[in-house]
Write a protein that binds this ligand. Structure first.
Ligand code: ADP
Ligand code: MG
Length: 483
C-alpha cells in the first residue's frame, strides 16, 4: 500500500448503483422484490417483447431528485432516457434503458468526516436506469440459467469525481450514502442483497502531479469491507507494476471475495464495447415542473447532519448526537422521547447506553423495542426525581418493563418494591445499624480514613435492599459522623 513515506498517491472514483425500494419496476408494473422463484415477476415489457411500450416510474424520478438534493446536486428539470446497446443473455431487449448525456441530477458536493477533518467529495452526476436480469452459472453443470426477476428494477447510479485518496475515505462515503438512502427511504441500502453495488476506479500517480494515471475499474463490489479490500489489493498491484517501470493498462477487473484478489475480466478499454447510445424513442423527455420540484423539496426529511447539529445545540455531546442520528429510526425514537421529556441529556444517556446495549444483545432494531418513548420517559423520570435509584432502574425495572411495557413504570416499580425510601427516619435507622455494626471502622474514619464513607453507604444500601437514596445516605452519614 502507498504508505505515508511513499511519493505515490492512490486516486479513487466510484460508480455506485442504488436499487430503489419502489413497489414496481422502472418501466412496467412487475413487482420489485429480492430473491423468490426465478422468472415469476416478469411481463412482456421486462422480457423485452417487440411492440411493448415502457412507461417511466414517477417514484424513480422522485427518489432520484431526493438523493440529488441530499448530495447537493444540481437538479435537471429536463432529462432524457437513452438506450445503451449491448448483447447479453440476461438482457433480452438487447439494450439497457439509462441516461447518458442528460442525467436527472448534475454536479454536487458532499462532505465526509475523516476523524476531526472534513473532506469534500464532488459528485459528477446521478442518473436513472434499469437493472438487467441475472445469469446463474453454478447450479447446472451444462447450462447457464437465467432469472429475469431483476430485469427492469429501478436503479440510481451515483458517479463521484476521482476525489478519494484512500480506502478508508471510500468506506466513510459508502456508509454515509447508505445512511442517506435509508433516511430518505428510497432504498434499503443492503449491500449484501445487492441493493447497493459499487464499481471502484483506481489509479496511482506521483504526489503533486496534476493529471491522473491510467485507471482500472473493479466491478460490482458488494460490501463496504470488500470495497476496502479490493481497493487496497488493486492499489498495491498497480504500485508494484509502476515501481518496476511497467505502465498500467486501463481495464475492467473483478474482485474475488474469497482470495481478496482482483482479476482481469474484460478486454482492455481500447477495444471495449461501443454502446451506441441514442435517445430512447419510446420515452418522452422527463420534465420536472417547478411545482413538482418544490413539493419534493418540501417532503424531504431532516437529514442526519442537520439533526446532529440540532442535537449538539440541545447540549448533547457530539458522540451521543452521532450515535442517535446514525439511524433514522433511532433519531425518530429520540425525538419522540423529547416530546415527553424535559431532560434531553438523560434521555440521550438512556438511549445510547442502556437501550442500545439491550438492542445489541437482543440483536433487534429500535423498531422492535417493546417500550414506547412515552413509557421510557416516565421511567427515566422516576430516576431523575429520585423515586428509584439508577442501579435498580437499569438492572431491575428496565428489564421488567421490557416484558410488561403496558404497565406504568411507577406501578411496576411499586409492585416490585423498588421505590426509594426518602424518609429521614428510615435513613437514620439504617445509618445507626451500620455505625453500630462497625465501631472500629467508625473510629478509623474519625481518625482520618475518610474513604470509608463509600463502604458505609454501600452497607446501608444493602440493608435497605437497594431502596435507600444514596445521595440522602451520603448526607446522613456525613452529618452523623461530624459529631
Ligand atoms: P466512463 O467510465 O464512462 O469513462 P468516467 O471517465 O467519467 O466514465 O469515470 C467513471 C468513474 O471513474 C468516475 O467515478 C470517475 O471518478 C472515475 N475515474 C475517472 N478517471 C479516474 C482515474 N484516473 N483514477 C481513478 N478514478 C477515475
Ligand atoms: Mg464506468
Amino acid at each position: 500500500m502507498a504508505d505515508s513515506n511513499s511519493d505515490l498517491e492512490i486516486v479513487i472514483g466510484l460508480e455506485v448503483h442504488v436499487q430503489l425500494s419502489t413497489k414496481s419496476k422502472a418501466f412496467c408494473q412487475d413487482e420489485v422484490a429480492f430473491g423468490g422463484t426465478p422468472n415469476t415477476r416478469i411481463s412482456p415489457i421486462s422480457l423485452g417483447h417487440p411492440g411493448t411500450l415502457p412507461q417511466p416510474n414517477a417514484l424513480q424520478m422522485e427518489y432520484a431528485i431526493k438523493l440529488g438534493l441530499a448530495l447537493g446536486c444540481q437538479i435537471n428539470q429536463k432529462s432524457f432516457f437513452d438506450r445503451k446497446n449491448y448483447f447479453y443473455a440476461d438482457l433480452p431487449k438487447g439494450y439497457q434503458i439509462t441516461q447518458d448525456n442528460t442525467p436527472i441530477c448534475g454536479q454536487g458536493i458532499i462532505s465526509i468526516e475523516m476523524g476531526k477533518e472534513e473532506k469534500s467529495i464532488r459528485i459528477n452526476r446521478i442518473h436513472m436506469e434499469e437493472d438487467a436480469g441475472k445469469s446463474i452459472h453454478d447450479q447446472d453443470p451444462l447450462h447457464s440459467l437465467i432469472d429475469l426477476n431483476r430485469a427492469g428494477t429501478p436503479l440510481l447510479e451515483v458517479v463521484t469525481e476521482p476525489d478519494f485518496r484512500s480506502a478508508e475515505e471510500v468506506a466513510v462515503f459508502l456508509n454515509k450514502l447508505r445512511q442517506l438512502v435509508r433516511y430518505l427511504a428510497i432504498s434499503d441500502g443492503n449491500m449484501e442483497e445487492g441493493s447497493m453495488r459499487c464499481d471502484c476506479n483506481i489509479s496511482i500517480r506521483k504526489k503533486g502531479e496534476t493529471t491522473y494515471g491510467n485507471r482500472c475499474e473493479v466491478k460490482n463490489v458488494n460490501s463496504i469491507r470488500n470495497a476496502k479490500r479490493a481497493i487496497n489489493f488493486e492499489a498495491n498491484r498497480q504500485i508494484e507494476l509502476i515501481q518496476k517501470g511497467i505502465t498500467i493498462d486501463q481495464e475492467t477487473r473483478s474482485f474475488n471475495a474469497q482470495t481478496g484478489d482482483t482479476l482481469t475480466i474484460l478486454r482492455s478499454k481500447e477495444d471495449a464495447h461501443d454502446y451506441r447510445y441514442f435517445p430512447d424513442p419510446d420515452i418522452p423527455p422527463i420534465i420536472i415542473s417547478d411545482e413538482r420540484l418544490a413539493a419534493i423539496k418540501a417532503s424531504m426529511p431532516k437529514l442526519p447532519q442537520a439533526l446532529k447539529k440540532a442535537l449538539i445545540a440541545k447540549g448533547l455531546s457530539p458522540y451521543d448526537a452521532e450515535v442517535i442520528t446514525s439511524e433514522k429510526a433511532l433519531a425518530d425514537y429520540y425525538f419522540s422521547m423529547l416530546s415527553f421529556s424535559k431532560n434531553p441529556k438523560s434521555a440521550a444517556n438512556w438511549l445510547t447506553n442502556t437501550i442500545k446495549s439491550y438492542l445489541n444483545e437482543a440483536q433487534i432494531g429500535i423498531e422492535e423495542f417493546s417500550i414506547s418513548p412515552k413509557t421510557m420517559v416516565a421511567m427515566i423520570q422516576l430516576v431523575d426525581e429520585d423515586k428509584i435509584n439508577k442501579l435498580s432502574a437499569t438492572q431491575k425495572l428496565f428489564p421488567a418493563l421490557i416484558k410488561k411495557p403496558e404497565i406504568a413504570p411507577l406501578d411496576l416499580a411499586t409492585q416490585m418494591n423498588l421505590l426509594q425510601a426518602n424518609d429521614t427516619n428510615a435513613m437514620d435507622e439504617w445509618v445507626e445499624i451500620v455505625l453500630a455494626k462497625y465501631p472500629d471502622k467508625v473510629d478509623a474514619y474519625r481518625k482520618g480514613k475518610k474513604g470509608l464513607l463509600g463502604m458505609f453507604i454501600g452497607e446501608a444500601m444493602k440493608i435497605s435492599k437497594g431502596k435507600a437514596n444514596p445521595k440522602q445516605l451520603n448526607s446522613a452519614f456525613l452529618a452523623r459522623l461530624a459529631d
